[in-house]
Design a protein around this ligand. Structure first.
Ligand code: FAD
Ligand code: SF4
Length: 479
């Protein structure tokens, strides 16, 4: 293992899978800095209040960034928090894991003029963490609970944001989820070193204390049909995310120790939450002392390579068929992975998996980039007779996700989908073709971001409110 990699492994050993919020170790560049009051003030006062808030325009939630930066700079932290939370249901989570370099911070005017961006995400996280510490964040108190209820399928950020918005309005909320914990990919996808699980659990607990009912280990399609849920609730929100792993079809794919990314990450996250995970404990899903090869170039691939580093892998390689400039993952994540000792094998694609029963080697083709395809990206083409061998004890496939076949799964053939398998919704209302059934998050957009899931959840909640109000008006008129 390289010296670089050893350095990071040793650091992580000091903070293995903690349940509590961990403080940032000095050498970890990837995690937001642990702000103190003075630093937050200093960063906030760097905002030039430029008058054209490009940061706000490029935040999917249109957060009023300049104003909460100003309030923070003036030490008015309660007001700063109130403003930040008025547009975002999970500011401390977005502050941690939004790809700010592509959103708010990447469009900061100071950044554009070469002076380094205001670290907006860190300030957003600081304001909200401070609010938690001060006891300003409290469960929702309902004076007059409405009789109407909403059934939400999926306890990821889209479902949780919608649930919170509707609960504030007094509706009864039931969230059904097939996992044993709420949080969706916040809890079982995104690794602990990017988003501490205690931070997610604190939010989901708050919603429970606000009267939202979680029905865990409940799979719609198995434990009930969509029709049954529609009969039970005034409106339904489908926020099930996308979970069908994209496959790679090469000879040897059935060998042991070749896993989809979510299997590897879920085991690691469950371990971090203190669960007993047999396949991790018996070594099957543990990268320790193994040569790991991750296939893919997105953020999920980056999470896999960096998780493997933290599990004391012997070596970690990332195979990607394009070059660094054309990688879909965030440049910041790639830089962090490189710094931690991950070896990137650019312009390469697996041709065959070799081994007796278990994976032992990969035959890999070299790739050259051809003319741009329909998407505008240069097409990868195999270079003739360029193959080479890479040793591997475990292969992790991180090639992206497709939606599951929801009409089939939900026994609801009339539910319309797009040609990509995502749910077809009305652009304005987020309602599907079934009246009173709405959809939000990745199941509408395809694999996306937490901040967009929150945005969709909030928009869907607004439409659901209108729908339920109309329904109630009609009912009263008839009565
Ligand atoms: C490894 C990984 C890392 C990521 N890192 C980042 C990041 O750093 N920053 C960022 O912004 N985004 C990141 N993302 C993307 C982000 O997590 C998603 O865009 C976001 O979670 C989508 O939210 P959602 O609510 O639509 O779906 P999800 O979070 O996927 O939640 C869907 C929920 O629905 C439940 N469900 C599914 N089917 C059923 C059913 N039939 N019955 C009952 N329940 C069901 C699931 O169990 C799940 O809990 C990452 C994604 C992955 C996979
Ligand atoms: S929600 Fe994300 S994009 Fe918006 S201000 Fe916060 S960190 Fe930036």
């Amino acid at each position: 293992m390289s010296k670089e990699m050893l350095k990071f492994v040793n650091i992580e050993k000091e903070t293995p899978f903690k349940k509590k919020v961990t403080t940032r170790k000095k050498d970890f560049k990837e995690i937001y800095s642990e702000f103190i009051n003075e630093k937050a003030k200093e960063q906030s006062s760097r905002c030039s209040q430029c008058g054209v808030p490009f940061c706000q325009v490029h935040c999917p939630l249109s957060n009023n960034i300049p104003d909460w930066l100003k309030l923070t700079a003036e030490g008015r932290l309660l007001e700063a928090y109130e403003l930040a939370q008025s547009t975002n249901n999970m500011p401390e989570i977005c502050g941690r894991i939004c790809p700010q370099d592509r959103l708010c911070e990447g469009n900061c005017v100071i950044e554009q003029s070469g002076h380094g961006t205001v670290t907006i995400g860190s300030v957003e996280k600081y304001i909200t963490e401070n609010a938690w510490d001060e006891g300003w964040i409290k469960p929702i108190k309902i004076k007059n609970e409405k009789e109407q209820s909403v059934g939400i399928i999926g306890a990821g950020p889209a479902g949780l944001a919608a649930g919170e918005q509707l609960r504030k309005l007094g509706y009864q909320i039931s969230i059904y989820d097939r996992y044993d914990r709420p949080g969706g990919l916040l809890i079982y996808g995104i690794p602990n070193f990017k988003l501490e699980k205690q931070v997610v659990e604190r939010r989901t607990k708050l919603l429970k204390e606000s009267g939202i009912k979680y029905l865990q280990n409940f799979e719609v399609g198995k434990n009930s049909t969509l029709k049954q849920l529609r009969e039970k609730h005034g409106a339904i929100l489908i926020a099930t995310g996308v979970y069908k792993a994209k496959e790679i079809e090469v000879p040897g794919s059935n060998l042991q120790n070749i896993f989809p990314a979510m299997k590897f990450l879920t085991a690691s996250n469950k371990k971090g939450l203190g669960d007993k995970v047999e396949l991790f404990d018996n070594g099957t899903l543990n990268a320790e002392n193994k040569n790991i090869v991750v296939i893919g170039g997105g953020d999920t691939a980056m999470d896999c390579v960096r998780t493997a580093v933290r599990q004391n892998a012997k070596s970690v390689k990332c195979l990607y068929r394009r070059d660094k400039e054309n990688m879909p993952g965030s440049a910041r994540e790639v830089a962090n992975a490189e710094e931690e000792g991950v070896e990137f094998v650019w312009l390469s694609s697996p041709k065959e998996f070799l081994g007796k029963n278990k994976i032992e080697n990969l035959v890999v083709d070299k790739i050259k980039l051809g003319e741009p395809d329909d998407s505008g990206r240069r097409k990868p083409e195999i270079q003739e007779k360029s193959e080479f061998i890479i040793k591997a004890d475990m292969v992790i496939k991180a090639l992206g996700f497709d939606p599951e076949n929801l009409p089939k799964l939900f026994n609801s053939k009339d539910l319309q989908i797009t040609r990509w398998g995502t749910l077809k919704t009305d652009f304005d209302t987020m309602e599907t073709n079934l009246p009173g059934v709405f959809a939000a998050g990745d199941i509408v957009r395809g694999a996306s971001l937490v901040v967009w899931a929150i945005k969709d959840g909030r928009n869907a909640a607004t439409s659901i409110k209108k729908f339920l109000e109309n329904k109630e008006t009609k009912r009263v008129k008839v009565a």
